[in-house]
Write a protein that binds this ligand. Structure first.
Ligand code: PRP
Length: 186
């Protein structure tokens, strides 16, 4: 990747600022802490996009909480879903039996990925499963899902930053920006 100095050359506009993200993540962390008090939930971070959100969210949660990671992807390096969700865990699998699982995701789009992950967790014997997503594009939903904790509803635009990529790039931006169409149409 070329050195990335001029964000204005790829970002059309900032949709969610760094300060707005910080305030909202703090609020959601406090809400989860309240609602899970007395329990020790397991944050299940869906790689790759949610790593940054999960890291900030975990620091905003004040009750005991665990974290595990799975890889789930259906898009590869294109912006069109393949229709298949590839779920992978580390060696030895994932032990969620009798755990209160909070799935931590960067964005819910069609809902295909999380529908598959929820079924996977139910099959593995999780006690409860809730979804916490940084972004949601409700108008894109094909698979109905309840997203219990959600930071921002966004319109159907191509966004990058705060963990979200285009072709594996731009995840490091500390804000959420709308990508210039010429970047993904060229
Ligand atoms: C993105 C995102 C969600 C999924 C949402 O993942 O992180 O997991 O798509 O789309 P859906 O609701 O239509 O299933 P992607 O497959 O791009 O992988 P990444 O997180 O590694 O970028």
């Amino acid at each position: 990747m070329e050195e990335f100095k001029n964000v204005n050359s790829v970002i059309e506009r900032v949709l969610i600022t760094e300060d707005e993200i910080k305030a909202k993540v703090t609020e959601i962390g406090a809400k989860i802490s309240d609602e899970y008090r007395g329990r020790e939930p397991l944050m299940l971070c869906i790689l790759s996009g949610s790593f940054m959100f999960a890291s900030d969210l975990m620091r905003a949660i004040t009750i005991p909480v665990g974290i595990s990671f799975i890889y789930a992807s259906s898009y590869g390096d294109s912006s069109i879903s393949s229709g298949d969700v590839d779920i992978r865990t580390g060696k030895g699998g994932l032990d969620v039996r009798d755990r209160d699982v909070i799935i931590v995701e960067d964005i819910v789009d069609t809902g295909r990925t999380l529908t598959a992950v929820k079924k996977y967790l139910a099959d593995k014997g999780a006690k409860s499963v809730e979804i916490c997503s940084f972004l949601d594009k409700p108008e894109r939903r094909v698979f109905p899902l309840e997203v219990k904790y959600m930071c921002f509803d966004i319109p159907n635009e191509f966004v990058v930053g705060y963990g979200l990529d285009y072709a594996y790039k731009y995840r490091q931006l500390p804000f959420v920006g709308v990508l210039k169409p010429e970047i993904y149409t060229k």
